[in-house]
Write a protein that binds this ligand. Structure first.
Ligand code: NAD
Length: 452
């Protein structure tokens, strides 16, 4: 539990009081714990066709209890709605209603996951209708789920079947506690010629050491979300280089020592920052496989009161530095380099007082779309994570009552996320299991667009 409010509404008396006052009672989210099953109960697999059959085989191989029909009295740990072969809206009716029966008896922290095709302009109208319809269904059922359950979707690209390693990697991420604060989101999976791990076998544990042998650089890692990312990358097997400004040197050294990595004091707005990072990673650790552009600043002001220094500094740190560093990394032709960058829900929905910040974060999503093909051609990729309301030291300073009202506006999960939740998404996107995911922005926002 993150704070006094969570403690109060989680206690016996507080629980009753919160209920009577109509205050939000945030559920405890199911987060990743090493060794715990990937789903907290049997998996109900709805839908027919080849993909459904392939997935049933794989899930059984993972040791899960797979059911093909709803049965009363079972508390399902996950419901998979396999709808990639649907061609008309009428086909959605039966599985949607069966899903409706199942959501009444989900285990705590259960997952609803759709597997479908993304609508495209060349689709026949009825095909496009059912494909978009699935998105509406998933995003809405996500808002109806309780007990820390979430709903997300996977889009299968051309040639992606139920045995595709990246699809299964993404499915494992969505099923597991690693996606605790990802809700109402879709990821597209395409085929890839690159090496991907065989995630079909029970022996594959996405948690074991998916980043073993990789050298990862995280900028802005002296504290906050960056430090959490560095910790999770290390947990997942990577050797970590943490980067931050010289003024944060002491905190940075502590993080590096804790993780057995190295610290690099560097202002990322320096013109040669990319080369300095490259030289450090190669010189000290022999390669550079993962870069996480996390360093970022806010200088909030209404646009009418904005001055040039506030505007320019935010664009320089959050956007222009990344552009320059990426150029250096691309020029070095690093095989399989995966870059993950931090966007923000402000860059998606806009936020009063954050024109400069939102411009920088929306810009980051543009960089992802434009840079990812070049990295994909080298066997790697680039994606963004867009955090929403994340409970950090900053949000902990907001008075308890304000925070409680804020949480009322955070629909289904009724709480902010943790830096760990952002870090889990980053580590997944940095891993070889995400090779078929490229050029995308994954929101880690508990299905809210409120955030920083
Ligand atoms: P934070 O302020 O706690 O940490 C940012 C770190 O970046 C600091 O250690 C800082 O010293 C470092 N940094 C700043 N300028 C730098 C520079 N020029 N060179 C090197 N390092 C520099 O921030 P946070 O809340 O942990 O956020 C991390 C990232 O996540 C940022 O990109 C932020 O925009 C994004 N984000 C955060 C939230 C949230 O709720 N906290 C929401 C959405 C997005």
């Amino acid at each position: 539990m993150a704070d006094a409010y969570m403690d109060l509404v989680g206690s016996g008396f507080g629980k009753v009081l919160a209920k009577q006052l109509g205050l939000p009672q945030p559920p405890t989210l199911r987060r990743y714990v090493e060794g715990e099953p990937i789903a907290p109960g049997p998996v109900l697999l709805l839908g027919a066709g080849d993909t459904a059959q392939q997935l049933a085989d794989v899930l059984l191989g993972w040791g899960l209890d797979v059911r093909r029909h709803f049965t009363d009295g079972v508390r399902f740990g996950a419901v998979l709605l396999v709808a990639d072969s649907f061609e008309a809206p009428s086909e959605l009716s039966a599985p949607a209603l069966e899903l409706g029966r199942a959501v009444k008896s989900l285990a705590r922290g259960a997952r609803v996951i759709s597997l479908s095709k993304q609508a495209a302009s060349q689709d026949a109208p009825a095909v496009a209708a059912v494909r978009r319809g699935i998105e509406g269904l998933v995003r809405s059922v996500a808002r109806e789920l309780r007990g820390g359950a979430t709903a997300n979707g996977l889009f299968l690209g051309d040639g992606v079947d139920g045995f595709n390693a990246s699809l299964l990697g993404a499915l494992r991420f969505f099923l597991s506690g690693k996606s605790a604060y990802v809700d109402g989101q879709f990821l597209s999976v395409s085929t890839t010629d690159s090496e991907v791990p065989d995630v079909r076998t029970a022996q594959y544990d996405g948690a074991a050491s998916p980043l073993a042998g990789k050298v990862a650089v995280v900028t802005g890692a002296a504290r906050g979300i960056g430090a959490a990312i560095a910790r999770v990358l290390k947990r997942d097997g990577a050797t970590v280089v943490v980067v931050d400004v010289p003024a944060a040197g002491d905190a940075l050294t502590k993080v590096a020592n804790e993780l057995g990595g190295t610290a690099l004091q560097l202002d990322i707005t320096r013109a040669d920052a990319g080369q300095v990072i490259l030289d450090h990673a190669r010189g000290r650790h022999g390669s550079l496989d993962i870069v996480v552009h996390n360093a970022g600043i806010t200088r909030d002001k209404l646009l009418a009161n904005m001055d040039q220094a506030k505007w320019d500094s935010v664009i320089a740190v959050n956007l222009e530095s990344q552009l320059r560093m990426n150029e250096a990394f691309l020029a070095a032709d690093l095989p399989g380099l995966r870059i993950v960058t931090l966007a923000s829900t402000s860059g998606i929905a806009g936020n009063r007082g954050q024109t400069n910040y939102a411009a920088s974060k929306a810009g980051v999503m543009g960089v992802v779309a434009s840079t990812s093909p070049a990295l994909e051609a080298r066997g790697g990729g680039m994606n963004a994570v867009a955090p929403g309301f994340i409970e950090t030291e900053m949000t902990a300073k907001i008075p308890v009552a304000t925070r409680a009202v804020g949480r009322l506006l955070l629909p289904s999960l009724m709480q902010g996320g943790l830096p760990l939740d952002v870090a889990e998404a980053v580590s997944f996107l940095a891993s070889p299991a995400a090779n078929g995911i490229n050029g995308q922005t994954l929101r880690v926002c508990g299905q809210s667009l409120i955030g920083a």
